[in-house]
Design a protein around this ligand. Structure first.
Ligand SMILES: [Zn+2]
Length: 443
């Protein structure tokens, strides 16, 4: 499989010293205690570069505190200033208080750490269908691909999945992997894993995660690791660089042939819920006599989606059907397939309509992987919102398609930026309790 990247690679010319290696070889973000100089370098590395104003805001410090440090780093060549037009870096003394910088005034370009652009590898925590998404630290470029396990098959430990994913990422990534994010396709409490009564195994979750595997994996791999629910990551991705831009309140639906999850963004922040169950729309109760569910309940919405839905379609049509095939049929004007997708939208849309009344989001965003076929799912959801949502909330919510086929990967990069910048602000006594606008935007 070939690498798929959005846009060209960006490699800075110099290889002078960047941030200390120890900033990137352990889970340091939550315990970092380093000098302002190192925090500046770390903040610029984890974001792929910022303007001076963005840097000051991200660290929660004053311009007078940050300015001299930046000037010294530029003077020594440890930072470059990239012009707004994307031209060559301007390092050395021109921006460090020398005659050139006086003539030009304060630069308006991006401050960047010389060297290759780092990437975040977001790995699906699944031995049955492992995938890896790779995004630059800024999230501006991303791709994803399936992963082949060398030892293959169920039973392979999660570490083997991540190692195989990193090998796959290294074959295409335009820079070093700075951070691994585990994308968990199941309810997951950030930093804890599953504190509620999930079964040890079951058809819904091929790789149950009882405890947060991040610390153990970080120690084994020598690279920082975070873990987050996949629907939450996708919501962060669309919020960061897709259809969610400009929205402070949105619901994103991660939907494929096997699963449904919702990521909630409220007041500009990811809403995980008290136990990490926020947004688990697939586990809304819809059938008193429905089958027992992996979540411990019965009659959940998920029992009517995925494989049961595909099997019902196959039985009716008398031909093998896949989820991808269903989407293709709809796009090729197959009215039966379009009807199935509209009805799927209505099925999801009924409980979603109540959620829209309660949360009053500005947008319901569909999985970008649905492509053009998503419009029939959107039509079904719109139908239910118009019928059941309170008019005041229905009138202001848009039901739109996602813009990112790799939203989970982009969301992984955003999650890492959020963690890192929050830790860097706290480390320096910044305004951790009242995060700046740019810091909030990273959440
Ligand atoms: Zn359930």
């Amino acid at each position: 499989m070939t690498c798929r990247a959005l846009g060209g690679g960006l490699l800075l010319a110099d290889s002078t010293r960047g941030p200390p290696p120890h900033l990137f070889n352990t889970n340091v973000w939550l315990n970092i205690r380093v000098r302002l100089e190192d925090r500046v370098l770390a903040a610029l590395t984890v974001t792929d570069g910022m303007t001076r104003a963005e840097l000051v805001e991200a660290l929660g410090l004053s311009a007078t505190a940050v300015g001299p440090v930046v000037a010294a780093l530029v003077e020594s060549g440890r930072l470059h200033v990239e012009r707004a037009d994307g031209g060559s870096a301007a390092g050395g003394g021109r921006d460090g208080g020398g005659p050139g910088s006086r003539r030009r005034g304060r630069p308006t370009g991006l401050l960047r750490v010389p060297g290759p652009v780092g990437v975040v590898a977001t790995v699906t925590a699944s031995v049955a269908e492992p995938r890896v998404g790779v995004a630059t630290m800024s999230g501006r470029r991303a791709w994803s691909a399936a992963v082949e396990l060398p030892t293959g098959g169920p039973g392979a430990p999660l570490e083997a999945v991540v190692r195989a994913a990193l090998d796959r990422a290294a074959s295409c990534a335009e820079g070093p992997v700075r951070h691994v994010v585990l994308s968990v396709p199941a309810p997951f409490r950030f930093g804890v894993a599953e504190p509620f009564a999930m079964p040890a195994s079951g058809p819904a979750y091929d790789t149950p995660i009882r405890d947060d595997p991040s610390p153990g994996l970080a120690a084994a791999l020598g690279i920082p690791v975070s873990a987050e629910n996949d629907a939450n990551l996708a919501a962060l991705g669309e919020l960061d660089a897709g259809a969610g831009r400009g929205h402070s309140d949105l619901i994103h639906l991660l939907l494929d042939g096997d699963s449904l999850g919702a990521g909630l963004v409220l007041d500009g922040r990811l809403h995980r819920g008290a136990a990490g169950f926020g947004g688990e729309i697939a586990h809304i109760h819809v059938d008193d006599l429905g089958a027992p569910c992996a979540c411990g309940s019965r009659g959940c919405l998920t029992g009517r989606l995925g494989q049961p839905m595909i099997e019902a379609v196959e039985a009716a049509w008398g031909v093998p059907v896949t989820w991808a095939g269903l989407l293709q049929l709809a796009e090729s004007d197959d009215l039966r397939a379009q009807r199935v997708l509209v009805d799927l939208g209505r099925l999801i849309g009924r409980p979603l309509a109540d959620l829209v009344t309660i949360l009053n989001p500005g947008a319901v965003i569909l999985d970008g992987r649905l492509g053009a076929a998503g419009r029939w799912v959107a039509a079904g959801i719109r139908d239910q919102i118009d019928r059941y949502t309170a008019p005041g909330a229905a009138a202001t919510v848009g039901v739109v398609g996602g813009e990112l086929p790799d939203a989970v990967a982009v969301g992984g990069a955003r999650l890492v930026r959020t963690e890192a910048l929050a830790a860097l602000r706290t480390a320096g006594g910044g305004r951790a309790g009242s995060p700046s606008r740019s810091a909030r935007a990273a959440d």
